[in-house]
Design a protein around this ligand. Structure first.
Ligand code: PGA
Length: 251
């Protein structure tokens, strides 16, 4: 069954103390509520272990924002998928546009990261999306399709089945410029058709496709009401309970 998911991407924000306090406040705010979605927070690496302790037994799940493309060894400064999993995290964001743009992550590198995440029982939240020039040139469908094909379509069915996708038009990230609900639905439906062509209806209909890019309390309900939008990957608005809670409750 396809899951609704609201995942916070804290990016490079919050000290350890601020992050554990936010996690504690969030789990307190959600306590006793009946939710229509899974709630995930994706924190910086150094927060994972502490936040895992804070949210243990609560409705909040934990994810990292990246992992290495190697198993282990002499890769100074890197953090492996096994290390992420050993903190208790269940999710890992992979292929975020900021990683692609600033750290040179290619579809080929991401393919390795996805493989290692899955081997360590982490659920990848795999990000795809076009930049503004590509949308203006009308190549956005092609770009998104190639990101999925090159990084994910080598996976056997059983493994693809474990992937969560996040469509994040790069021009909407952190800009306050959200895709319209119609633009989001159009692309999400295209992504689902692309998956149908490769893996069939069953797997495609089970795949959660999240929207990301300036999603907030005011637009979440309308975005999530689209049949192919199964939740959100939330950056700026995940940094306070006040802004994040209404998005979780938009389902
Ligand atoms: P934003 O970020 O919500 O701040 O636009 C979303 C993301 O990059 O995941």
């Amino acid at each position: 069954m396809r899951k609704n998911i609201v995942a916070g991407n804290w990016k490079m924000n919050k000290t350890l103390q601020e992050g554990t306090a936010l996690a504690r406040d969030l789990q307190t705010a959600l306590h006793g509520k009946t939710l229509q979605c899974e709630v995930v927070i994706c924190t910086p690496f150094i927060h994972l272990t502490s936040v895992a302790g804070v949210i243990a037994g609560s409705k909040v799940q934990l994810g990292a924002q990246n992992c290495a493309d190697h198993v282990s060894g002499a890769y100074t400064g890197e953090v492996s998928a096994a290390m992420v999993a050993s903190t208790g995290a269940q999710y890992v964001i992979l292929g975020h546009s900021e990683r692609r743009a600033y750290y040179g992550e290619t579809n080929a590198i991401l393919k390795e990261k996805v493989k290692l995440a899955l081997e360590n029982n982490l659920t990848p939240i795999f990000c795809i999306g076009e930049v503004l020039g590509e949308r203006e040139a009308g190549t956005h469908f092609e770009i998104v399709k190639s990101q999925i094909e090159e990084a994910l379509f080598g996976l056997p069915e059983d493994d693809f089945h474990k992937i969560v996708l996040a469509y994040e038009p790069v021009w909407a990230i952190g800009t306050g410029k959200t895709a319209t609900p119609a633009q989001a639905q159009e692309m999400h439906a295209f992504i689902r058709r692309t998956i149908i062509d490769k893996y069939g209806d069953g797997i495609a209909n089970d795949t959660s496709i999240l929207y990301g890019g300036s999603a907030n309390a005011d637009n979440a309900k309308e975005l999530f009401s689209n049949p192919d939008v199964d939740g959100g990957l939330i950056g700026g608005a995940s940094l306070s309970v006040e802004k994040f809670l209404p998005i979780v409750e938009a389902f």
